[in-house]
Design a binder for this molecule. Structure first.
Ligand code: FES
Length: 153
């Protein structure tokens, strides 16, 4: 990876970490879950408003963590709004594969979304940071399944 690209990725992470999108509560959420990274104790809550057609109409999070977990949660909300719950689950699996150095499961289906999330791919070299980057996603998957608590263990 070139230094310019690495700098750009850092900038995106810092921007989302400092100015997270969709960090708020959804009053009429119909799914939510609390997630915790037991390595550091950081916690967040993901809220979803899903329509009768299974499409995620709104998604948000609350809580505080490190810049990577906050940036990841912020980026996640941007890429999953408008997706069905099944699509969001597939994106979680693709993102998890990217963050752990594996292969995406859904091929090119979510190419644009995975491109946006690539800024976080560098965590794969730092196992502790994988937990930071995937905290919001594990919590999202739990919210979809109506499991109200999850940890990254
Ligand atoms: Fe706690 Fe990153 S250090 S989530």
């Amino acid at each position: 990876m070139s230094d310019d690209l690495r700098d750009l990725y850092q900038e995106v992470i810092l921007d989302h970490g400092r100015h997270p999108r969709n960090r708020r509560m959804i009053e009429d959420a119909n799914h939510f879950a609390h997630g915790e990274n037991p390595l550091c104790g950081d916690q967040l809550t993901v809220f979803l408003k899903v329509g009768p057609d299974g499409v995620i109409k709104d998604v948000s999070f609350e809580g505080r963590g490190c810049a990577i977990s906050t940036a990841s949660a912020s980026l996640m909300t941007e890429v999953i709004v408008g997706k069905t719950e099944a699509e969001a689950q597939k994106l979680f699996e693709d993102f998890h594969a990217m963050a752990t150095g594996g292969e995406a499961h859904s091929g090119d289906e979510f190419e644009d979304e995975i491109d946006r999330l690539t800024v976080l791919a560098g965590v794969r070299d730092y196992p502790v940071r994988v937990k930071c980057a995937t905290l919001a996603w594990h919590t999202l998957a739990a919210a979809i399944k109506d499991e109200q608590k999850v940890t990254t263990e």
